[in-house]
Design a protein around this ligand. Structure first.
Ligand code: SAM
Ligand code: SF4
Length: 346
């Protein structure tokens, strides 16, 4: 039992207050929570090879994560995504997911989901379903074992494919995320899409974003998905779909495979005007824009003894200051934000 169950913020606040809205009138209904900065892989575009991970004391406890997640749900968040780092390597993560799953059961939350690299899915798939998770995103950039090992600096593709098998067998709907990398996987993306669609998985392609210092040159890796989409239209029929998630993805159906394909194009085209999401780092810092340095330290507040009402006021104020849009530009020498994607949670 969480110490917060007695006075569950999701239930005590829900009807009493208006929903979270930012200064531009955008309703914020989606929280992405990073539960760890650690990972069992070291993807080249995400992390430096030798990362210094945070001391445990700086990372939110499971109780603190539950408290913030529940406060957001109390303020009207309808969707919550657990991410990282690799969420499934966080000790006790299933306990947190089960606790947050109570809001699905009460109807306060529409969707509890996670983004994972898939390496631990074989062990966790059944428990995720039991906790109320219905859909997950699995990140997979290539089906070539050697390239996978190179891109992830040591990962085993078989383990991820087994994880996807287990997730689907458990009844989870799986969407694949692939970062488009000009030098590495660009030529292979059509095969990856055909493979995924053949297994009933949607695919979303992501442009590499300039977040955190890494060893490789992002200008070499950057591939415009607007250009890739145009090229795909020379061999596939792409039918626009009217699917809006409030996120940056735009979806098409590939007539030849019957599957759905999304394009996340933060660099070649942004969709900040309809953004409905905010992000919490594993240290409790709330970022209301992935590509800006605005921040509200909820951990400091909680550890200073903030009441539920204090926390609510801080969240409302942070959301009110949500920037109009991000500031990514691939050609700039320095990353747009210093933090890595693994710290903020992708
Ligand atoms: N470890 C989990 C995973 O890989 O799915 C969750 C965290 S990971 C940071 C979330 C997503 O961010 C992954 O799909 C990953 O490919 C993507 N990502 C990481 N760094 C990125 C970058 N610089 N640009 C674009 N996407 C990135
Ligand atoms: Fe780990 Fe995910 Fe980052 Fe890859 S993208 S290093 S799996 S956190």
């Amino acid at each position: 039992m969480s110490p917060y169950d007695a006075q569950d913020p999701a239930e005590s606040i829900a009807d009493a207050q208006p929903a979270l809205v930012d200064g531009f009138g955008r309703a914020v209904s989606y929280l992405r929570m990073s539960v760890t900065d650690r990972c069992d892989l070291r993807c080249e575009y995400c992390m430096a090879e030798h990362m210094t991970f945070l001391p445990k004391a700086q990372v939110l406890t499971l109780d603190e994560l539950d408290r913030i997640g529940s406060a957001f749900i109390g303020l009207g968040a309808r969707k919550l995504r657990i991410t990282g780092g690799e969420p499934l390597v966080r000790k006790g993560v299933m306990d947190l997911i089960r606790r947050l799953g109570r809001h699905i059961k009460t109807g306060a939350l529409d969707e509890l989901t996670l983004t994972t690299n898939g390496t631990q899915l074989a062990a966790f798939a059944d428990q995720l379903v039991a906790a109320g998770v219905k859909r997950i995103n699995v990140s997979l950039d290539t089906l070539k074992p050697d390239l996978f090992r190179k891109l992830t600096r040591g990962g085993d593709l078989t383990q991820v494919v087994k994880g996807i098998d287990a997730a689907q067998a458990a009844g989870l709907s799986v969407k694949l995320n692939a970062v488009a990398l000009k030098a590495d996987n660009a030529a292979e993306l059509p095969d990856l899409i055909v493979w995924a669609h053949g297994r009933g998985c949607d695919v979303t392609l992501i442009e590499t974003m300039p977040m955190g210092e890494i060893e490789v040159d992002r200008t070499d890796q950057y591939l415009s998905l607007t250009a890739l989409r145009a090229e795909m239209e020379s061999y596939w029929t792409l039918q626009d779909l009217d699917v809006r998630t409030g996120g940056p993805a735009r979806y098409v159906r590939v007539a030849q495979t019957g599957g759905r394909l999304g394009f996340i194009t933060p660099l070649s085209h942004n969709f900040c005007e309809s953004c409905n999401r905010v992000r919490l780092t594993c240290t409790g810092v709330l970022h209301t824009c992935l590509g800006r340095d605005d921040a509200c330290d909820l951990r400091a507040l909680m550890r200073d003894g903030a009441t539920g009402a204090d926390l609510t006021v801080a969240i409302r104020e942070a959301v009110l200051g949500k920037p109009k849009g991000h500031d990514f530009e691939i050609a700039r020498a320095r990353p747009a934000v210093a933090r890595h994607m693994s710290t903020t949670g992708g």
